[in-house]
Design a protein around this ligand. Sequence first.
Ligand code: FE
Ligand code: CA
Length: 513
Amino acid sequence: MAQTNRRLFLLGGAAAAGATVLPSWALASSAVAAPAIPYPFQLGVASGDPRPDTVVLWTRLAPGPLNPDGNGGMPDATFNVDWEVATDENFATVTASGTVATSRAIGYSVHVEPALQAGREYFYRFKTGGHISPVGRTRTAPAVGSTPAQVRFCMTSCQHFEKAWYHAYGGIVTDIPDLVLFLGDYMYEKSSAAGAVRRYTITDEVTTLADYRQRYAQHRTDPNLQAAHAAAPWLVVFDDHEVDNNYNRTTPGATRKAAAYQAYYENMPLRAAAKPSGSSIPLYRQFLWGSLARFHMLDTRQYRDAQAAVGDCTTMRSTSRTMVGSAQEQWLLSAFDAHPATWDFIGQQVMFSQRDGDGLRGSGSTGCSDNIRDAWDGYTASRDRIANGWVDRSLPNPVVLSGDVHRHWAADLRVDYYDHSAPIIGSELTTTSVSSGGNTTNDPPSSTWWSYNPHVKYYMNKRGYVRVTATPQSTTADFRVVSNPTIYDPEQVTISTSASYVLMAGTRGLQRV
Ligand code: FE
Ligand code: CA
């Protein structure tokens, strides 16, 4: 099944590229005075941000994806790109079509927001200069007020290109999810030879627009990643490595941020509303899946205060610090006032629940020496305002979704983690990485550590993704693991479920299945 689907999406495009007889719609497009180019759809296609009335369709022209100038081998001219949406993969019934222009100023990217119907599956493709793209499958969100029986999404993060092969995406394509959530570290700014199965073509740290554009293009040459983008709409947010390691609102400088955000927008299936303006990008946003689920996609990088120093518990607990900035915090808390859906999935980058290494509550400058400074443990007041915010507003079923740490974790959430009998107020599912970390042997924490953190239910240090199935009654999370992601041949790699947990609607706390 997996192989069949992967062939369907990938060979569909390859066959179209090599076809000598083009469909009539391709030949009928308006004449464009643009230079002839070799096959430009080498980065595949993607879709994202599904709403009831539209979904973003994406491609980027790049006949030479690895060119170090970041221009993808494109001549400096304006190119018209035709797009077409159909209800069948053979495009017998085309429901929307049009033409958009692209140029060097937007990295030869194409973002289309067609007018579509709610709750439908669609197929889409692009054409320029007689070349036809691979076919992508996507879907729109269900109508507002409708009652879907189920939503299935796969979530993952952290795909350092050099560290392992992207077998996790083979599993995601097989699952045929409604959505894919990518929770950050789509690319890494630094290259390293250690344990590499392949290398970045630019081995210096990337800092310029040309660099970032080239790096995204290199990622998108991966066939497994292309297949996953072609299989379902994605909801994407970035973490730090799309810009700079452990960055925050004060560093790095505006020039580098502007370059990184511009390249991010160009390469992701984001709406025009998410276009960056200089060194800021409006990324946080919400999605409604009928009365079943709501997705709050947060930005925990752009507005955060700088990390505290090691062991500086006073700073970590300062009430003046923020992870998300005051505007985003107010936006999120306001959303919690309404309860349009059974499940609230809060998709964001870094682990929300406490991880306590010494069992000491401490005070002042003590008791947080082992907590993770870059995650919410380093911004406890910000975490408390959000968690108390959903408790005060009686949010029915909050589930935080996280990435970043290259491990699977499952945890229940408390307002006070040191009080092991405090009420559970929600749960957290943390996905491991696609490739970052490479091939690892599981290394669970000690029994002493677990005794300090009884709210934490599961840990697994393997590559993979989390598959989530939500219904009006329950949310089930399958923690999916790749046997050895440094082996290239998919026939020698297995993808399996290492553990499953379920949440019952209206009842707090993860239960092992
Ligand atoms: Fe990472
Ligand atoms: Ca502690």
